[in-house]
Ligand binder design. Sequence first.
Ligand code: HEC
Length: 153
Amino acid sequence: MFGWLRFIALGTAAAAAAAAVTAVAQDALVPIEVVGNGIPTPLTAQPGDPARGKQVVTDATNATCLICHNMPDLPEQPDQGNLAPVMEHPGSKYTAAQLRLRLVNPKLITPDTIMPAYYRVDGLTRVQQQYVGKTIYKPQDVEDVIAYLLTLK
Ligand code: HEC
């Protein structure tokens, strides 16, 4: 008879546990300062490595850009997506600061975008279990990807 009460109690405990996980990860995030249409300050002291950034971008196991974007600079990559604009010459079109904001949280640019926020853990919907409380990219991944995209002029 009180089964539903137990259900609510369990649900609350699960929500509290999830909130705790998020809180820990959130504290651990590098502070982000948006200025204008970008994030000018790199997330890491170590400069981005373009070669490693290319590896991150083509890592099919980690929400790769290629699921949605076609990248003409990577013709050897199979199964490129067409859910997003073709990513052509990003190094000529965008500054590092603009790419950083786009990667960290594209919803600040396009509120209803389908593009994932690669460095954000709160305010997300339909997060896959393995990503709950975690960011998709680590700070160095963000910087390495930016460094790679800037080479594509
Ligand atoms: C799930 C689909 C998806 C994934 C994955 C994705 N994007 Fe996007 N991206 C979009 C969509 C859709 C847009 C169009 C504008 C918008 O909705 O924000 C976009 C826009 C962009 C833009 C601006 C392009 C323009 O012409 O306005 C850049 C730059 C970009 N994405 C980079 C990336 C990078 C780099 C990655 C991988 C690290 C990535 N995206 C992963 C869907 C995606």
